[in-house]
Design a protein around this ligand. Structure first.
Ligand code: ME8
Length: 504
C-alpha cells in the first residue's frame, strides 16, 4: 500500500504564517498515521516561487525575485521541522528538474491539441495570480480575497482548452463522489463546472519570472500550471537516482484551503487529462483560520507567527490546538485566549493529569511494576475497534473527528480513575488484586490512546510511551490489551502549566 499526501506549495512573497503551518500540520498527521499502518508513505510540501505574487513583492523590496525566493524558501523550509512535520521532500518550483518536467508535460498538452493562441481580456488579481470571472469580483472591481483593486489585463497568450473537458469533468464528479470533499466543496466545484468552463491562459507574455515556454521564448507559463505540476514533478527527482513516480503517483490526498479550490478541483484534473496522466484520488478542502472574523492572510496583516506560538506553547500543543479547535474542513477562529484554555483544560488537566496520576500511582503503590494479566472488561466496550474507527476517519481526512474519538477515551480513562478510586483500594485489606487490575488497565489504556495520539502530539506521545516502557507505534498496537507494559518510569509533566506564562 502506498500513500502520497501533499500540501499546497506556498508563495514565497512573504514569511510563513499560521495558515501555512495549519495545512502542513494536517498533512503531517495523515502521513504519520499512514506510517503507523506500515504503508509506504510520501509527504510533499514546498514553495511556489514564480509569477506575479513573487515578482511584485520582490520589486517592491528592490530585489530580484530569485533573491526573495531564496530568502523566504529558507523560512518555509525551517517551518516544517519546527512544527514537527516529517515531509519526505521540499520542492521549490525554481528547481531546474521541476522546470524541465513542466516544459515537457505542457509541451505534450500542446501536442495533444489543447493549446491555441488567443488574446485574453479581463480582470486579474496579481496577489491571487487569478483571472477573475465577472461573478467573482467585489464592488469597486476588488478582489474578494485580498480586497485590492483588480487590474484590467489585455494580453496575447497561449490558452489551455479547459472548455473541452467540461463533459469529462462532469463524468469524473459523477463517478467519484469522494474526489473532492467535504461535500459542500464538491458541490461548489461541480456547480462551477456545470456553469460552463471557459478556456484559460496557459502562458503569460508580460511576465518574465516563470518557466519559459519551450515553443515560444517570449512567454512563460502561467504560474498556476507550473505550480500544480509540482505534485507530479517532485516524485521524479526527490530521491536522487530513483524515480518515485511509479511508486507514488497518483497522489492519495491533496490538502488545500478553499481559496484554491477551483485550481485544484477543476484546472488540475483537466490538465492531467490533457497530459494523459492519472488523476489524484482525493482533494480535501479545509476552511480558513480566522482572526477576528477575517481570513488570516499576509496581505491583510492579521497573522499569527507560528514560530512565536511554538516558542510559547510547543509544537505539539499547536498541532493539537489547530486540529481540535477548528473542525477540519470548516472555518474557525483562533486566538491566544482559546489556545490557553485548551492547553490548560485538555492537554494539562485531561491528558497530562491522566499520565502523571497513572504513573505516580504505579510508582507509589507498586514501585513502577505492572502485573501481567487481562485488562478490566469494564473498559473493553469503550475501546473495542478504536484503531479501526480512527483509521476510517483519517481515511476521509476527518482529522478533528478522529481526534475526538481518541479524546473521548482519554476522558473515559479519567472517569475510570474516579470510579475505581485506586487510592482507596490501596488502603483496603484484601484488595491488592483489584488494585493491580485497575493500575494495569490504566497504564494499558493510556498507552493505547497515546499510540493513537502520536500523529497529533508526536513528541509528547513518544516521551510518554517511553515512560510506559512500550514505545511501539504500530496502529494495531492501539488496541486495548495489545500492549506489553512491564514497568513504568516517572517523567516530568507533559504539559506544564507554567509554560503558558512564559513569554506572556
Ligand atoms: O495559494 N487558513 O499559496 P499561498 C487556512 N502558491 N489555511 C491557510 C490560511 C488561512 N488563513 N492562509 C493560508 C498559494 N493557508 C499557491 C498554491 S498549490 C499548487 C499553489 C494555507 O501561500 C492553505 O493551505 O497563498 C492555503 O490553500 C494556502 O496556505 C495558500 O498559500
Amino acid at each position: 500500500m502506498s500513500f502520497y499526501v501533499t500540501t499546497p506549495i506556498y508563495y514565497v512573497n512573504a514569511a510563513p504564517h499560521l495558515g501555512h503551518a495549519y495545512t502542513t500540520i494536517a498533512a503531517d498527521v495523515m502521513a504519520r498515521h499512514h506510517r503507523q499502518r506500515e504503508e509506504d508513505v510520501f509527504f510533499l510540501t514546498g514553495t511556489d516561487e514564480h509569477g506575479e505574487p513573487v515578482a511584485d513583492a520582490a520589486h517592491a523590496l528592490g530585489i530580484e525575485p530569485q533573491q526573495l525566493a531564496d530568502r523566504n524558501a529558507e523560512r518555509f523550509k525551517a517551518l516544517a521541522p519546527s512544527i514537527e512535520a516529517t515531509n519526505d521532500f521540499f520542492i521549490r518550483t525554481t528547481d531546474p528538474q521541476h522546470e524541465a518536467i513542466v516544459q515537457e508535460v505542457l509541451a505534450r498538452v500542446r501536442e495533444n491539441g489543447f493549446v491555441y493562441e488567443g488574446t485574453y481580456e479581463g480582470w486579474y488579481c496579481p496577489r491571487c495570480a487569478d483571472f477573475k470571472a465577472e461573478n467573482d469580483i467585489d464592488e469597486g472591481n476588488r478582489c474578494p480575497i485580498h480586497h485590492i483593486e483588480l487590474t484590467r489585463e489585455q494580453e496575447d497568450n497561449y490558452f489551455f482548452r479547459l472548455s473541452s473537458f467540461q463533459q469529462r469533468l462532469e463524468e469524473l464528479y459523477a463517478e467519484r463522489e469522494d474526489f473532492v470533499s467535504p461535500r459542500t466543496r464538491y458541490n461548489e466545484a461541480l456547480s462551477f463546472i456545470r456553469s460552463g468552463l471557459r478556456d484559460v491562459p496557459l502562458t503569460r507574455h508580460k511576465l518574465t519570472w516563470g518557466v519559459q515556454v519551450p515553443w515560444d521564448h517570449e512567454h512563460v507559463f502561467y504560474v498556476w500550471f507550473d505550480a500544480l505540476l509540482n505534485y507530479y514533478t517532485a516524485l521524479s527527482y526527490a530521491n536522487p537516482g530513483e524515480d518515485l513516480t511509479e511508486r507514488f503517483w497518483p497522489a492519495s490526498y491533496h490538502l488545500v484551503a478553499k481559496d484554491i479550490l477551483r485550481f485544484h478541483a477543476v484546472y488540475w484534473p483537466a490538465l492531467l487529462m490533457a497530459a494523459e496522466l492519472e488523476l489524484p484520488e482525493h482533494i480535501f478542502v479545509h476552511g480558513y483560520l480566522l482572526m477576528e472574523g477575517e481570513k488570516m492572510s499576509k496581505s491583510l496583516g492579521n497573522v499569527l507567527d507560528p514560530f512565536e506560538v511554538i516558542e510559547r506553547f510547543g509544537a505539539d500543543a499547536l498541532r493539537f490546538y489547530l486540529l481540535r479547535e477548528v473542525p477540519f474542513g470548516q472555518d474557525g477562529s483562533v486566538s491566544t485566549a482559546s489556545f490557553e484554555l485548551r492547553y490548560e483544560t485538555e492537554l494539562a488537566n485531561e491528558l497530562g493529569n491522566l499520565a502523571s496520576r497513572t504513573i505516580a500511582m504505579l510508582v507509589r503503590y507498586r514501585e513502577g511494576a505492572v502485573t501481567a494479566g487481562e485488562v478490566d472488561p469494564l473498559l473493553a466496550e469503550d475501546f473495542a475497534g478504536l484503531p479501526a474507527r480512527v483509521a476510517a476517519l483519517v481515511d476521509r481526512a476527518e482529522l478533528t473527528a478522529a481526534l475526538e474519538e481518541i479524546w473521548q477515551r482519554v476522558r473515559r480513562l479519567n472517569r475510570y480513575v474516579e470510579e475505581q478510586a485506586p487510592w482507596r483500594l490501596a488502603k483496603e485489606d484484601g484488595r491488592s488484586g483489584d488494585l493491580d487490575l485497575v493500575l494495569r488497565t490504566l497504564a494499558e489504556g493510556l498507552r493505547a490512546v497515546t499510540v493513537l495520539l502520536w500523529p497529533y502530539l508526536p513528541a509528547s506521545a513518544e516521551r510518554l510511551l517511553e515512560a510506559l516502557g512500550d514505545p511501539d507505534l504500530a496502529l494495531d498496537r492501539a488496541e486495548l490489551g495489545a500492549g506489553r507494559i512491564e514497568r513504568v518510569h516517572a517523567i516530568d509533566s507533559l504539559f506544564p502549566k507554567d509554560r503558558q506564562a512564559s513569554g506572556a
